[in-house]
Design a protein around this ligand. Structure first.
Ligand code: ZN
Length: 303
């Protein structure tokens, strides 16, 4: 199952067509794309083998982030050994956790305004929680996952390392710094959720290429350790860390520039493409606002 947010409304994607979920379900499910994660099991049962009726073709540019208003966003630092090596730090013995504030979320296409000359790319597998998880053992953690999506953990290195110790959350949360999409793909619909190829390129040049099986703490272990401390809630996001190949680790260092085209892709999950703009460009931030506004509108329409 593929789930998407089109025009602020929940949609299912099948055979290249999109289906408005509220219409296809005759009102059983809300149009609010964030609300669906609390009923993910029910949605999975309902869609199994069902004829969704009349779908329509859609353009990639219509897709907004499929998880527009998560209650919690977790992100993991230094979760691939080769990335820890290029950052010249010891791999952590416990997952290194920070957040990306929800206002930084944006969809799978469009532009992102650069906040400095040191904004870096970080492709990451993003896990979407589908059931409340408390003290879940690693071996059962996937049962609490709704699906997977592609993420970028865009990072302003200047802000991140302006002092010691460094600070992560603010440096990674400017508007548009958390692209997520294009779909949430059910875990049953990817080849092996613990071993997916991920790749990111700038202007066609591959910068990062690895497999999620290289994570120091895999998805099961991350959910187990986080859920021991606090509950993970339906619709929460978990950015699972980035492999080697970020601009900070290159010699010479290389960062995103206005006009750069950043493409992020994960096997069986999907692809996103973003164009970087100058912070002063007139339309640079306006791309981000509709994602949140549409989600609010959809919620207002429901109640
Ligand atoms: Zn990251």
């Amino acid at each position: 199952m593929k789930f998407a947010n089109i025009g602020g409304r929940a949609h299912l994607i099948a055979a290249g067509l999109c289906f408005d979920l509220e219409q296809a379900s005759a009102g059983r499910f809300s149009p609010d794309p964030q609300a669906i994660y609390a009923r993910w099991d029910e949605l999975t049962d309902w869609t199994a083998g069902r004829d969704l009726g009349d779908g329509r073709p859609f353009r990639t540019e219509e897709l907004l982030t499929p998880v527009p208003m998560p209650r919690q966003v977790f992100a993991i630092g230094l979760n691939y050994r080769a990335h820890a090596d290029e950052a010249e730090v010891e791999p952590p013995k416990e997952p290194m956790v920070f957040t990306k504030y929800a206002s930084s979320l944006t969809g799978p296409t469009g532009s992102v305004a650069l906040t400095s000359t040191s904004v870096d790319w970080e492709i990451e597998l993003v896990v979407v929680i589908g059931r409340t998880a408390r003290s879940v053992p690693a071996g059962r953690a996937w049962e609490y996952v709704a699906g997977l999506t592609v993420g970028q953990d865009l990072s302003d290195r200047e802000r991140q390392f302006t002092d010691s110790p460094p600070q992560f959350s603010l440096a990674k949360s400017a508007p548009g710094f958390s692209p997520v999409g294009p779909y949430v793909v059910g875990t049953g619909d990817v080849p092996d959720p613990d071993d997916l190829a991920l790749e990111c390129s700038v202007n066609g040049e591959v910068m990062q290429r690895d497999r999620t099986s290289s994570m120091l703490f895999g998805v099961g272990e991350l959910i187990a350790r986080l859920s021991r401390v606090l509950p993970l809630l339906p619709g929460d996001l978990l950015f699972t860390g980035t492999p080697a190949g970020v601009g900070l680790g290159r010699t010479p260092r290389r960062f995103l520039r206005p006009g750069d085209r950043l493409v992020s892709r994960i096997e069986g999950v999907g692809e996103m493409a973003h164009t970087m703009t100058d912070i002063d460009a007139a339309d640079s931030v306006s791309q981000e606002a509709p994602v949140m506004a549409d989600a609010v509108h959809a919620r207002g329409g429901r109640s």
